[in-house]
Each structure stands twice: as structure tokens, then as C-alpha cells.
Design a protein around this ligand. Structure first.
Ligand code: AP5
Length: 212
């Protein structure tokens, strides 16, 4: 099964992708996570990527497509994958179509999660992440620990792009550069829109019911 979890920043793509991965045994491919790992490594490329992500701007298509080409060629993707945060431009979606032909594979679903802008700003302003392993916490859902419960000690901090002004800029970038993909995938009969403004469990149950 090959699917795309689509939607604006903060609608819950990563949260739902991790849940599906656990149940369906196919990898979550988050371009945001891959970029943040590269940034954490301190490499020269990471420094360049940080200048885009911290401002809430998209990383150039060429860099993202190099990352995706390498990742989808890994053996764990043979049985399927969940794309989280990719594609984000029409050029990326067109390149994905070419890549899938090369891989003799096809997309099964594109699920759009819909959440109002105000709820997104609330969610993302309340998000904290582990600086070492990237584990996500949210004060709207739980108490934030001082040290990461997942890796046993990483410091917990706010993502640089989760400041309110940057969140609002990311929403504008989504509306301008990414939202046109809704029509792209609707035209291909793959798009299904879901209300993402429900509990994590409710959204997960609906997604799982659509996957069987
Ligand atoms: P990326 O990391 O992909 O950020 P994003 O799309 O802005 O997505 P988020 O991680 O903010 O949100 P999400 O939808 O995954 O929600 P989550 O589950 O975490 O990209 C970051 C940057 O990298 C981009 O700005 C860009 O610069 C660059 N980039 C990445 N991909 C790129 C590409 N393809 N092309 C070019 N540039 C690219 O949930 C959010 C919070 O809400 C969490 O705290 C969670 O706990 C909470 N939450 C989740 N579900 C619920 C719920 N149902 N109710 C209440 N709270 C919830």
C-alpha cells in the first residue's frame, strides 16, 4: 500500500503516519524528519537546509527530489510507504509520478486532513520536540516531561518554525504552493478528505477503516 498523508502544517500527518506504520508495517517517509536529521548532523548541507526550514519556506524541489529518490529505492519501501509532507509542489508531484513508473509502483490513496487555521496555530504553538531524537510532545494532550521519555534524556524544546508568526507564514506557503495539489490528486481520483479536528484516535480509526 502506498499512500500520501496530505494537509497543512500541524493537521496531524506525522502523528497519524506513525500510528499507521505501527499497524500496517510500512515505513513513514517524512521529508521534514529527514531534513531535521540532516540539520542535527551539523553538516554544511544541514546549515543550508536550516535557512529554509526555520523561516517556514519550502526547500528547493531539486534537493527534496534527490532525498526522495534515494529513500524510495530502499528495500523497506518495496511493500509500500506512507508519504508525510511530500509532495508539496506540483513539480514534486509530477516527479513522484515519474519515479513511481520507474519503480513499477502506484499510489493507492491520498488522504487530506482538514483542520482550521486557528486550531493549527494552537496545536503547533503547544508542540515541543526532543532535540536528540525528535519525539513529539504536546501540552494540549499531555504533560511535557523535562527530559525525553523516548530516548531517555534529550532536552525538550520548541521547533524554531513553531513560533506563531512562522506558523502563519507556513500556512500561507501551504495555501500558495501546496494546496494546488488537491486538484491534482482529485483529478486522478485518489483524493479523500477527512476532518482532522477530532481526537487522534478518531482520526486514526477512520483512516484505518479506509485502508482495508
Ligand atoms: P514538516 O516537518 O513536514 O512540517 P509540516 O508539514 O509543517 O508538518 P508538521 O510536522 O508541523 O505537522 P503534522 O501535520 O505532521 O502534524 P503533527 O502530527 O506533527 O516540514 C518542516 C519544513 O521542512 C517545511 O516548512 C519546509 O521548510 C521543509 N520541508 C519538508 N518537506 C518538504 C518538501 N516536500 N518540500 C519542500 N520543503 C519541505 O501534529 C502537530 C501537533 O499537533 C503535534 O504536537 C501533535 O501531538 C498534535 N496533534 C496531532 N493530532 C492531533 C489531534 N487530533 N488533536 C490534537 N492535537 C493533535
Amino acid at each position: 500500500m502506498r499512500l500520501i498523508l496530505f494537509g497543512a502544517p500541524g493537521v496531524g500527518k506525522g502523528t497519524q503516519a506513525r500510528r499507521i506504520t505501527q499497524k500496517a508495517g510500512i515505513p513513514q517517509i517524512s521529508t521534514g524528519d529527514i531534513l531535521r536529521n540532516q540539520i542535527r548532523s551539523g553538516s554544511e548541507l544541514g546549515q543550508k537546509l536550516k535557512s529554509y526550514t526555520d523561516q517556514g519556506n519550502l526547500v528547493p524541489d531539486g534537493l527534496i527530489l534527490d532525498i526522495i529518490r534515494l529513500r524510495l529505492a530502499q528495500p523497506d519501501c518495496e511493500g509500500g510507504f506512507i508519504l508525510d509532507g511530500f509532495p508539496r509542489t506540483v513539480a514534486q508531484a509530477e516527479a513522484l509520478e515519474v519515479l513511481l513508473v520507474e519503480l513499477k509502483a502506484q499510489l493507492d490513496h491520498v488522504f487530506e486532513l482538514k483542520v482550521s487555521d486557528d486550531a493549527i496555530v494552537r496545536r503547533l504553538s503547544s508542540r515541543r520536540v526532543c532535540r536528540s531524537c525528535g519525539e513529539v510532545y504536546n501540552s494540549l494532550l499531555e504533560e511535557i516531561p523535562e527530559e525525553c521519555r523516548h530516548c531517555g534524556g534529550g532536552p525538550i524544546a520548541q521547533r524554531p518554525d513553531d513560533q506563531e508568526e512562522t506558523i502563519r507564514h507556513r500556512l500561507e506557503v501551504f495555501n500558495q504552493q501546496t494546496a494546488p495539489l488537491l486538484e491534482f490528486y482529485d483529478d486522478r481520483g485518489l483524493l479523500r478528505s477527512l476532518d482532522g479536528d477530532r481526537s487522534v484516535d478518531e482520526v486514526h480509526e477512520e483512516l484505518m477503516s479506509l485502508l482495508v
